[in-house]
Design a binder for this molecule. Structure first.
Ligand SMILES: [Zn+2]
Length: 308
């Protein structure tokens, strides 16, 4: 019988769980909104319900468990402290899943790592060096070299959103300055657009409205996407120079809704600025898996411990 994994994707806005076969097939999938502003009992209950629901729908207990979580995380301690879930600071999520599915090994990685692993496993298995980028509320990522996610000694390698691309740029909540995230995350793009006179979407939280205005020819909206694309291109150039990348796969909610506004400009900037042929050759592609990349990567983590 083929092996299956319970994949859990923990984010500040949603919790998703799926039972996934070793061929990548989703046997079940459940999703709930993260009760991010509530206390521990509500959060634990939401995780246990979404996991139990996915097991029930699949009709079988999975053989292994993989968790991809928003960071910071501590894989060696099995704990997570997602920035957007204040009640979870050093929360032992691995222990929670061990109790929910006794006897099953549980593995934990960052959400950016899982996205990159998912893209490698389901879309780019011949890639020798793949960078996955999640462009969303923040900018994250993961680097897969020769089939293995590169986590680094503290589990934080691949944090491409905090590469500094402008030393005189805006201060970043991470403590740095001029990070990619300050140009290319959804909130950063909206903040810049509002500060420069864009008056769409009063709530200021909707990059889809910004994208629609850019497509309609609004110069400020267009410029917000160009700045984001240029920042991503600089990060890609540095990463490609460092890691001899075959592929850069760009996903996440903001990018997925605006590939038409971002990808061509990113590719053009990389070609314009790159010197050596090994950098120029990097392929820059949209995510093929969309919102399920993190779940598939968590399954890959569970079913192939050699990947992490
Ligand atoms: Zn930063």
């Amino acid at each position: 019988m083929p092996r299956t994994a319970m994949a859990l994707d923990v984010g500040g806005t949603k919790l998703a769980a799926a039972v996934i076969g070793d061929d990548g097939a989703l046997l079940s999938r459940r999703q709930v909104s993260t009760p991010a502003r509530e206390g521990l009992p509500a959060l634990e209950d939401a995780v246990l319900r979404v996991v139990a629901g996915a097991v029930e729908d699949a009709g079988r207990r999975p053989d292994a468990v993989g968790i991809g979580s928003a960071g910071p995380i501590d894989p060696s301690a099995g704990t997570v402290s997602p920035v957007n879930i204040p009640a979870w600071r050093g929360f032992p999520i691995v222990g929670l899943l061990e109790r929910a599915l006794p006897g099953r090994p549980v593995r934990l990685a960052g959400d950016g790592h899982c996205m990159a692993l998912g893209e490698y496993w389901r879309g780019h298995q011949t890639s020798r060096a793949l960078l996955g980028m999640v462009v969303s509320t923040g900018v994250g990522g993961g680097l897969v070299l020769d089939g293995q996610i590169q986590a680094g000694p503290t589990g934080n390698a691949g944090h491409i959103g905090h590469m500094v691309i402008d030393p005189r740029g805006p201060a970043c909540p991470c403590g740095g300055r001029g990070c990619v995230e300050m140009f290319a995350s959804g909130p950063s793009m909206l903040r810049w657009a509002h500060a420069h006179g864009w008056c769409g979407s009063d709530a200021g939280t909707d990059t889809r409205a910004l994208a629609d205005c850019a497509r309609a020819g609004d110069p400020i909206a267009r410029q917000a996407f160009d700045r984001a694309a240029d920042a991503i291109a600089l990060a890609v150039l540095c990463a490609a120079a460092l890691a001899d990348l075959d592929d850069v796969v760009i996903g996440g909610g903001v990018a997925t809704g605006a590939h038409d506004l971002l990808l061509a400009r990113i590719r053009d900037e990389v070609r314009r600025l790159a010197g050596p042929e090994f950098i120029r050759r990097v392929r820059i592609e949209p995510s093929a898996l969309g919102g399920d990349a993190g779940l598939l990567g968590a399954a890959a983590l569970a079913l192939n411990p050699a990947a992490a």
